[in-house]
Design a protein around this ligand. Structure first.
Ligand code: ZN
Length: 388
């Protein structure tokens, strides 16, 4: 039990299932959106999904404006260009379509549209949330990957010039008003992206479960999300057309993002600089780092590691916590080759001499503050070296 007062809030309205995007017109009308800015990226445009949503919007009588200038790791300029497009298009709402990047940029555009301060003033590390009001334009999120779960999350992560790092801006007012979760949109994802984004979803659930803090509701969601992710990720990678596996991964991604309102951990602090400095895929690096961080967390978290092992069905309740933790870590190591992801950072092109800078940046990242075992810079170096 805790003596502290806790604040729980559960999220976005979710419209889930095959064909959910056909509800776009109805949902837009309920939110008073008639001229949405459709925020997406070039990959989503190239695979035809942006056109599908534009057509769906027009069929419903909306007048959408397309904005596709979103980097894979979004930068400040994407947000400012988006606000300009919003004003030029006389828009009255935002649709975020894509993986985490376009959805995050869409959230930041709605913030910047009504909040004039420079974005770094809203940095969560500087208690920026206190400056964020609820008068932001309405937003619909449509995920095309099953990873970040940004469609149900309340944060946006943008690389800002002044901070030169992935900066988290966090506020309940940034949560999309509705998420249209349609697993059919993920049927065409190539195996590599399915694997990388799925590892992010898995890591969110695992780190949220281990994170410090009192949140039994998030804990329950994280355990079930972990189970769905580990059981369905290999199936979704093996057969991209497996709609049941795709549906379960989309659900696992949303569960991870709901659960991590409790907090994340050292995996995310180690992974963030690998995106901003080495430009690597966030979920992929999470997947590589996860077993090493769990090994590091053993001294503080053996019982919780056992809960995760039991949820994943790699250990039974009769096993000792130590045995169960070993089985859990072994399963996560085995998962990487099974879904075609290399097991080391070295294989992704990271070089040894980058490690000191990466470790310094990892320490500046806030996620490790909720890691169950406190981390020093030396720990970060050693974790990178193990994953190297
Ligand atoms: Zn993540």
């Amino acid at each position: 039990m805790t003596k502290l007062i806790s604040r729980f809030s559960f999220p976005t309205r979710i419209v889930f299932g095959s064909g959910a995007v056909r509800e776009l017109g109805n949902e837009a009308k309920q939110l008073g959106i008639s001229r949405p800015l459709l925020v997406t990226d070039r990959g989503v445009v190239a695979c035809g999904l942006a056109e599908q949503i534009l057509a769906e919007s027009r069929r419903a009588g909306l007048e959408p404006t397309l904005f596709e200038d979103v980097n894979p790791n979004p930068v400040e300029k994407n947000v400012h260009d988006g606000v300009e497009a919003y004003r030029r298009g006389k828009c009255d709402g935002v649709i975020g379509l894509g993986g985490g990047s376009p959805i995050d940029v869409a959230k930041a555009i709605r913030l910047a549209e009504t909040h004039p301060l420079p974005l770094e003033q809203y940095d969560d590390q500087l208690d920026g949330a206190a400056k964020i009001r609820d008068d932001v334009p309405p937003m619909i999120a449509i995920a095309t990957t099953s990873g970040t779960g940004s469609e149900v999350g309340r944060s946006t992560v943008i690389i800002l010039k002044s901070t030169d790092r992935k900066t988290v801006i966090f506020s309940p007012h940034l949560m999309p008003n509705v998420a249209l979760a349609d697993p059919e949109l993920t049927l065409g994802l190539p195996p590599k992206i399915t694997a990388g984004t799925g590892l992010d979803a898995l890591t969110h659930n695992v780190e949220a479960y281990l994170a410090l803090g009192y949140h039994p509701m998030c804990d329950a969601i994280a355990l079930q999300g972990t189970r769905l992710a580990i059981q369905n990720l290999p199936l979704a990678v093996k057969d991209g057309k497996d709609l049941e596996a795709r549906s379960n991964m989309m659900m696992a991604a949303m569960m991870g993002a709901v659960a991590f309102q409790k907090g994340l951990g050292a995996v995310h602090s180690l992974a963030h600089p690998l995106s901003s400095i080495a430009n690597l895929h966030h979920g992929t690096t999470n997947g590589i780092l996860l077993p090493h961080v769990l090994e590091f967390n053993r001294p503080t978290s053996q019982e919780r590691l056992k809960d995760l092992a039991v949820a994943m069905e790699v250990a039974g309740s009769q096993e000792s916590a130590a045995e169960a933790a070993t089985a859990l870590i072994a399963r996560l190591r085995e998962l990487l080759p099974q879904i075609g992801i290399p097991s080391t950072l070295g294989a992704l092109g990271v070089t040894r001499h980058q490690i000191p800078l990466l470790a310094r940046k990892a320490m500046e990242d806030a996620c490790h503050q909720s890691n169950p075992r406190p981390c020093t810079e030396a720990d970060m170096i050693s974790l990178y070296e193990k994953a190297f």
